[in-house]
Structure formats: C-alpha cells, structure tokens
Design a protein around this ligand. Structure first.
Ligand code: TRP
Length: 447
C-alpha cells in the first residue's frame, strides 16, 4: 500500500500539487460561503481561533475515525455499521447520515444555485463598475428574492449533480477539480491582497484576527466545532466509501482551513472598509459572500476576467461538494436496496429539490419563510446539529463499540509512522464525545 501511495504521489509531480488534490474534495461553499458567515455571526476573531483548535483536535480526530471505518468496510454508512456490528441499532446512525446528507444538499443546492446566477452576472459584467456596499447589497436582494431565477438555478445544480452521479462519472469532475483548485487558490490570494490594501481594511482585520476572549462561550464553541465538521466533509459518513483515499492523502485537509481563512480575510477587509459598516453592529446573513465578493472583484484591475474566473472555479468546487453529498445516500440505495444508480440519484435529487423549496423561497420569495429564516434554520438543523450528532455517534462507535484497537489496525495499514496514536485515542474516546455532549446540552437548552 505504501508503494502504491508513493508512486501515485510521485505522479502528481510535486508535493504541492498533491496537497491541492487532497484538499479539493473538501473545498466548497463551506469554506467560502459558510465560514465567513459563521465568523460574522459568532464574534469574529474568537470564532476563528476556536475553529482552528476544533479542526485540529476534534475535526481531524473524527475524520480519522470515519476513515478507519470506511477503509475497513468500504461501504455506505448503513452498510458500514451493519458490517461491523450486524443486527444492532448502530445502523440507525447510518440512516441518520443518509438523511443529513439529503437535508444539507437541499439548501446547499439553493446556495450553489445562487453561485450559478452570479456566474452569469459576472459574464454579463455586473461586477465591472466599482460597487459600493449599497449597490452590491441591492443586487443580491433583487436576485435572491426572485423565485423564478432562484428555482431555475437551483434546478440546474440538482439536475447536473443527479446526471453526473447517475452516470457514475464523478471521477472525471474530480480530476478537473484537482487541476482547477490550485488556480482558485491563487485567485483567492490575489483577492486577499486586493482586499488587504483597501483603505480602511484594518478595521475588518482587527475584527477578524484580534480575539476578544471575553466573547468566548459554548455557543461559539458549538458553531466552531460544527463548522470544522462541515468544512472537512465529515459527520455524515461521506468518507466511508472513499476508501481509495489513504490516510496520508487526507491529512492535507489542513489546507481546507487555509482557504476558508483567506476567504474570511477577503470578506471582512472589504466589508468593514465600506463606509457606514461597523463591526459589532453588522449582522451577517446567508448572503454575505454574494454581497461582498463582487465588491472586491469590482475593485480589481481586470475585475471582469477575475470575476468570471472566480465564479467558474467556485462552481467546480461546489459541484464536487454536491456530488459527495448525493453520493452517500445514492450508495446506500444502490448497495442496500438494490436500486439502479439512475433511479436512486433521480429520486434523491428530486427529494432534495422538494425539501429545498422553502429555503429557496426564504430570501424574499415568500414572506412567511423569510420571517422564519427557513434557510438559516435548515442550516442549523442539518449542519450544526446533524453533523455534530453524527460525529458524536462515530466517536462513540469507534471508541467503545468497534474499539480503537481494531480501528488502529486499519489506520496503520500502509502507514507505520502513525506517531500521534495516543493523542488520537484520547481524543476519540474522551475529548471529542465529552466536548460534543457538553455543547449539545448547552445548545439545546438555548434553542
Ligand atoms: N465540505 C464541503 C464544503 O466545504 C461540503 C461537503 C461535501 C460536506 N460533502 C460533505 C459536508 C459531507 C459534510 C459532509 O462545501
């Protein structure tokens, strides 16, 4: 196995290309859309700080746990729990994973649809003249409140995802994403430099990077942990059948956090450089990324080209994420229920679309849904709660039902230099479940 990995790695040409390749599968709206929003909603720099710790100590712990289960069983979540503990209620966790995947896809698809709309706006030159906050905000509000446009874009994303999954040609897109993600990364660095040199960018940076530790509380911890799971694509068993990716190839997901971090630099430097927008008073919402990225693009020399490139590459990144979200439930129906791939993907895509309708209408399409804040509630239920509960079960399953000894056999297979073993055992058996139980208790009391 080691040989295999090393030769595959050599073929990548360089270590950097390899890191990009591994990170590509996790990068998506979680980094560019959700991370800055969560930073904005949770006190700025304190969230950034806690999230980094959460990624390192809890995110990677659970990722490795999922990976061990996946490598051992090579199955969808239901099949995986069934294979290790047959005839026990553990397979219910697999069902939870499947449901969470569809739930996330439902509103993730709507946001992905917004990205489709913005891609066309970029082509039409909507971000070429210098945009103020006011005009950018107006563009977003007009766009997202138009049910017809939003539905068409949402449909395009779901249809494309279903098509690719049912044909089983996901690998092709993922190869493209490996080539294109480095370009997206370089583009993001350019945008970050532009944002940092805007007059007044310092206010945003202070908000983003100077933690106010008195703002720490369990709500911040909860959202920081959930965001770590979401961004790393864990907590719904989607790593279970990605067994071909080795442990080593998963490590570079630290890179995933770097992309999110840079997206935050861009957003907060640009946002708080605008006159009248004050950190502390500003309330972030689901539109944040779509309001702010056009502003910085419009302030770039050659902004038109950068804008079209940015939204093109973003769509590739987003598509790899929607594919992985649909793949898990599809694998479940195909493997466990013997459906054809086509039937499974179409059914699940239609389901995600129907479940996503209220989210699609929650930005002004239907007043009641707007008032309820349906989209942000869906995000809370499926990402913040769904993935966190999923991760809790995974750590308990691995730590106490399957046992770390068995898991370690899987992990060290092909990787004899697993030095952080004891830290991982401690984290998976104690730290992760205890922290997750505490935050879930605190959060469910609050809500
Ligand atoms: N990590 C992806 C993003 O950042 C989203 C994603 C894809 C995901 N597959 C997942 C999240 C599985 C949780 C579980 O956009």
């Amino acid at each position: 196995m080691d040989y295999h990995e090393d030769s595959a790695r050599g073929a990548w040409g360089s270590k950097l290309a390899f890191i990009f390749a591994a990170a590509g599968s996790a990068i998506g709206l979680g980094n560019i859309w959700r991370y800055p929003m969560m930073v904005g909603l949770n006190g700025g720099a304190i969230f950034v700080f806690v999230n980094i710790l959460a990624v390192i100590f809890i995110g990677f712990t659970i990722m490795l746990a999922e990976f061990a289960i996946g490598r051992h069983t090579r199955k969808n979540p239901v099949g995986a729990f069934n294979a290790i503990k047959p005839g026990t209620p553990w397979k219910l966790v697999g069902y939870l994973n499947v449901a969470v995947g569809i739930g996330i896809l439902s509103f993730y698809g709507v946001i992905a649809g917004w990205a489709v709309g913005y891609f066309f706006k970029a082509i039409a030159g909507a971000f070429s003249r210098d945009l103020s906050w006011k005009s950018s905000d107006a563009i977003f509000k007009n766009f997202s409140a138009d049910p017809l446009v939003v539905f068409v874009c949402f449909f395009v994303i779901i249809a494309l995802t279903v098509f690719i999954i049912s044909k089983g040609i996901k690998g092709g897109i993922e190869k493209w994403s490996k080539i294109l993600m480095p370009i997206l990364f370089v583009l993001i660095i350019f945008l970050a430099i532009r944002a940092l040199t805007l007059p007044g960018a310092g206010r945003g940076l202070a908000f983003y990077l100077k933690p106010d530790f008195s703002k720490f509380n369990f709500t911040v911890l909860f959202f920081a942990v959930a965001q770590a799971f979401f961004s790393l694509s864990i907590g719904n068993g989607s790593n279970d059948d990605l067994c071909q990716l080795s442990f080593k190839k998963r490590q570079p997901r630290l890179f995933d956090t770097l992309v999110a971090f840079l997206a935050g630099i861009i957003i907060f430097s640009t946002l708080f450089a605008s006159p009248g927008i004050v950190p502390g008073e500003f309330k972030a919402d689901t539109g944040l990324m779509f309001q702010v990225f056009p502003m910085v693009l419009s302030k770039m020399p050659g902004g038109y080209v950068f804008g079209v490139m940015f939204f093109t590459l973003l769509l590739v990144a987003v598509l790899t994420s929607t594919l992985s979200l649909l793949e898990v439930p599809t694998a479940f129906l195909v493997d466990e229920k013997k459906w054809t791939r086509m039937k499974a993907a179409t059914f699940l895509g239609a389901l995600a679309f129907i479940v996503g309708i209220p989210s699609a209408l929650s930005n002004g399409g239907v007043k009641l849904f707007t008032k309820w804040g349906v989209m942000i509630k869906m995000d809370f239920i499926f990402i913040s709660l769904g993935l966190t509960v999923g991760a809790l079960f995974i750590s308990v399953f691995l730590g106490y039902a399957w046992g770390v000894k068995n898991a370690l056999k899987e992990i060290s297979f092909g990787n004899s230099r697993f030095k952080l073993k004891f830290l991982w055992i401690f984290n998976v058996k104690y730290l992760a479940p205890v922290v997750i139980v505490i935050i879930l208790i605190v959060i469910t009391n609050i809500f």
